[in-house]
Design a protein around this ligand. Structure first.
Ligand code: AMO
Length: 445
């Protein structure tokens, strides 16, 4: 007998079916046992007479029975399959579950973050945790779909690199045979090289940052959604494409993840037709005027500034998105284009939403000589980025690009309190699967 997915049982009333899945919950009522069985498509109530009472949560079973309409009194309007149930005829245990460290059948998994992550293998089975990663998969698909619709070509950037593009403080060194190399901080240089041949490229890549602090918004291994495009007229083209892209992701999420958003009481950020753009200097002035905190002249916005700015802009314009433009040239990477009429500041942009930076990007230097000058000024070793520089020696159009962090978007849309919750297997300063201290202890035994 072919397997029927749980979500399809709604269309098989009074038919005999075979379903397979995990025991999510079990309730024994004397002669009757009720089980909620979970598969990848949903949950269904099983009704078993003098059967199944010996099963445990998370046992994997195959069940044969007849799908029945529930009687009026037992209908649950809050569940997608709340109007049907399965009258169990027979079943087989495919694999039994060992003792569970905690109950995952509750609607909300109210665990402390370390427990949630230390037992990822189990917590991943919880519908709310699964919803987080369904939303994340849709965010990444939405990015890809937008890029492909707009004739960007996907490419694979390397993870092991001889030099870093985003500054040296946050890199992991890799010993590569007898040489020193690094885990990539960003596909930046490679996306620019690829763009110089294909015009429009994008990548969905892991990037690595040796962030020396444990915060609720930093990981050491991140999914970076990168794009780069040639023949732009100005940095505003880059901003506009990134705006269309994020709106496309929002549109897709509202179509594909309504259930998941509801589980988190989450809403898609409110956008307006033209997302406001303000310069860094204006942003600092606004923060000063509105809060009295004088951050004017600082080289960047700090987390508190980002939160304040988002609030101020939302009050003023109704937009939860805001672009910040024009950062101090010398404080940002060498490849960012300086403003021609004010070269102390650059043509870089950030996109903020709900108090956090989601994206960085902007126009890049495309003139070979100007790039060489910047490499010198930034004290970089040109021999380590020879391939990048070579691309520019052959002629590159005016260009720009941007990158979103997939986990930041997931966290902020679902209102999660920590970015680790938005990462299936997070790596941070203290964790590589498990807390490093616990690995240390066991290796010392
Ligand atoms: P940037 O360094 O700002 O820009 O990174 C781009 C986006 O990636 C995400 N991000 C992170 N998320 C979680 N933890 C981290 N440690 C972390 N670091 C970065 C953020 C951020 O906005 N090459 C440029 C992009 C470009 O100009 O195209 C870059 O790497 O969402």
């Amino acid at each position: 007998m072919q397997r029927t997915l749980i979500k399809n049982t709604i269309n098989t009333i009074d038919e005999k079916v075979r379903i397979c899945g995990w025991v999510h919950t079990k309730r024994d009522h004397g002669k009757i046992t009720f089980i909620d069985l979970r598969d990848r498509s949903g949950k269904l109530q099983l009704v078993a007479y003098q059967k199944m009472s010996e099963l445990h949560n998370e046992d994997v079973v195959e069940v044969i029975g007849t799908v029945k309409k529930r009687n009026e009194r037992s209908i649950n309007p809050n569940l997608p399959l709340g109007t049907v149930e399965l009258d169990v005829e027979s079943y087989k245990v495919l694999a039994s579950a060992g003792p569970l460290p905690f109950d995952i059948s509750k609607e909300q998994l109210d665990l402390e973050l370390p427990t949630l992550l230390d037992h990822r293998a189990l917590t991943l089975r919880h519908p709310m945790i699964q919803a987080i990663f369904k939303v994340q998969a849709e965010i990444i698909d939405g990015f890809r779909e937008f890029m492909k619709n707009n004739e960007f070509m996907e490419f694979q950037a390397p993870s092991i690199v001889p030099a870093f593009a985003e500054g040296g403080a946050e890199v992991f060194e890799v010993s590569y045979f007898q040489y020193k190399t690094y885990l990539t901080q960003s596909p930046q240089l490679y996306k620019q090289i690829a763009m110089s041949a294909f015009e429009r490229v994008f990548s969905v890549n892991k990037i690595f940052r040796a962030e020396p602090s444990v915060t609720s918004r930093h990981l050491t291994e991140i999914v970076s959604l990168d794009a780069e495009m040639g023949f732009i007229e100005s940095w505003e083209d880059v901003r506009d494409v990134s705006e269309e892209c994020v709106k496309h992701i929002f549109e897709r999420l509202s179509r594909t993840c309504a259930e998941e958003l509801k589980m988190f009481n989450a809403t898609i950020p409110v956008t307006v037709e033209k997302t406001p753009t303000i310069s860094l200097t204006e942003a600092q002035e606004k923060i000063y005027q509105s809060t009295g905190r004088d951050v004017r002249g600082e080289k960047d916005l700090n987390p508190e500034d980002e939160r304040d700015l988002c609030e101020i802009v939302f009050k003023e314009t109704g937009s939860e998105l805001v672009f910040v433009y024009g950062y101090p040239t010398m404080k940002k990477p060498f490849y960012v284009y300086p403003q021609p009429d004010n070269p102390e500041f650059n043509e870089g942009i950030d996109l903020l939403c709900r108090g956090v930076e989601w994206l960085s990007g902007g126009r890049r230097i495309n003139d070979y000589q100007q790039l060489i000058d910047h490499v010198e000024k930034w004290n970089m070793d040109p021999s380590k980025i020879r391939m990048f520089l070579e691309a520019f020696s052959y002629g590159v159009p005016p260009e720009g690009g941007f990158a979103f962090g997939a986990e930041r978007i997931t966290k902020q849309i679902l209102g999660l309190s920590n970015i680790r919750e938005a990462t299936m297997f997070p790596r941070d300063m203290e964790r590589v699967d498990f807390r490093l201290s616990s690995i240390q202890e066991s290796s010392n035994e």
